[in-house]
Design a protein around this ligand. Sequence first.
Ligand SMILES: [Zn+2]
Length: 159
Amino acid sequence: MGGKNRTFEESKAIRDCAMGRAFEVIQARLDLQSELLYMYADKIKSLQPIGHGSLTPHFQVCSKDGCMGCLHVRWKRWFDPQKEQRKRNRMYGKKYGEKVVASSFGSKDISNVKQVLPRGDEFKELREIVAAFEKVRGQRAKMIEHLSNALKCSSYLDV
Ligand SMILES: [Zn+2]
């Protein structure tokens, strides 16, 4: 670092250069993380044919005006309402009566996918891919959190 007294413009040019690079890196990383999430999601779907109990991540966007955190992930578990009805009948007898249930599949939101992953060797690869998915998702959420905090700090500037 030279001892020369620098002008505002000189420091701004250097700062802008670094800021531009930083935002390019951040943007590229967010893109890469999103691509990975889609790639893992395809793999997760290919490992579990749609059926009773299958788990799938869903991607959602929240705002048209722009949101750094988009896309957002929601895990769903699919179920066959007729199977659920038969299970209820087995457990409680038919005292509730035969409810008319839809024949198509339904889905429920899952808050912690790792807790509901199927056990057994045949699901080993699925568990690994879901773990990889959740890791990238976590890293992404952390980055968004830091970026949001940086933006919040800049709003404290009161000049
Ligand atoms: Zn969003």
